[in-house]
Write a protein that binds this ligand. Sequence first.
Ligand code: PMT
Length: 474
Amino acid sequence: MLAGKHVVCGVSGGIAAYKAAALVSALAQKGGHVHVVMTRAAAEFVSPLTFRSLTGNPVHSEMFEEPKVWKVEHVGLAEQADLAVVAPATANVLAKMAVGVADDFLSTLLLALTCPVFAAPAMNRAMYRHEATQHNLALLRGRGVRMIGPAVGMQACGTAGEGRMSEPEEIVAALEGFLARRGRWQGRKVVVTAGGTREPLDPVRYIGNAGSGKMGHALAEAFQESGAQVVLVTAAEREAAVGVKCVRVMTAEQMRTAVLEEFAEADVVVKTAAVADYRPVRVAEKKIKKDVGGSGVDSIEGDGDAERFGKDNDGLGTDGNGTCEDGSVCRHDDGRLSVELVPNPDILAELGRIKVNDIRKPSGIGRTSSIGKQNGIGKPNGIGKPNDIGWKKPFLVGFAAETHDVLAHAEEKLRRKNADMFVVNDVTQEGAGFGGDTNIVSVLFRDGSREEWPLMSKTEVARRLVDVIGDRMT
Ligand code: PMT
């Protein structure tokens, strides 16, 4: 796994720096091109010569020393690196990483890196437990840095506790595991939906929900960095990760169209989006006015207490038959406003039906019935057939945001929509669900098994989901 990979090893100044020699040696023995970058303090614990001898490469430490290669060195290394691991990562270096301080070679390089970054924290247990350190760790995790350890055990200060650097073999195993998991997504196509759909009422208003797209965008990024080909169908106004094909939509029907466009070739579909279950029967052509002053407003016959917005005022396109049943927005005498809604297509349920029944054409709900023809759905393409490793394409993952009877509702949705897996968040819990950077989820599988995960950043939830989905598919 590590053979031929350029691995940057950052060594910062703690007693555990001596363990970095064993780590660097193991990485080099596995065929990695190891580039060691030390802080000045680290060089007090272990000589740079040790690392140079183990790797056969120059050791970097000072920003302004004579360059060892012909290029701005930290930039050159950053471009070259496939992986980076900071071990030991002291409280000081973690704090610098968290705020983006760049005052020596290592911290400057860490800012310039675009490859996956790992850190193995190592410090006294009180320093590790300190609020500042925990805050920095949370920031870094949320930003995508993968923490390895720390372990619990005897510390250099003579006390036992949490804060020991993980053993070199554990760090190597974590790096190899990461590369292995990344390899299995090569050549696989994943469709992720994100955000909350918005269903327009008129040109300036819509019915929406609190879906920010953070969970779905984190998933798209996690699949992308694992090597999958990712299509993100999003109703959120967030940036998509580099390399992800991003399809922007607003409504549930647009989302359905976009998902069905990509569905035929997908190995996995993850429906993270909060899709509006209903939409207004009709979208007003013009902005609906608060006070129409009587002009141009049709009375509702047989109702007696409601008026319908007339075309002159609001462009709602009434048919003049004196009822609201055509989808008009009705104003009542007491100031209430009624909006008639119709159900949206249930995209996940439709995918589940296509999969279980081997229907090659989508059902044609709404305006999107021609998608199958455009896209070649209708020709044999393996949808619904068990593939050579036993699961039926595509692997369907639903999400559920619940407020009560959380597991029962999610279980019911998993069965009804014929999904392979459901991720449920109880949105009444602090730190879970809409809008925030963290989530607390339970993961339900078709075979009735379940995993409960603690509070994590959405980035971490996404990465774990990528691994779990990969495990379940193979
Ligand atoms: O975007 P964030 O702010 O980060 O928030 C993340 C989240 C809370 C939106 C996410 O974690 C989440 O829970 N998403 C699902 C929201 C929901 O309640 O879904 P649902 O129970 O209405 O639907 C169940 C599943 O069916 C979902 O996968 C949904 O995408 C899908 N569905 C629902 C309705 C519909 N018409 N079509 C669908 O495909």
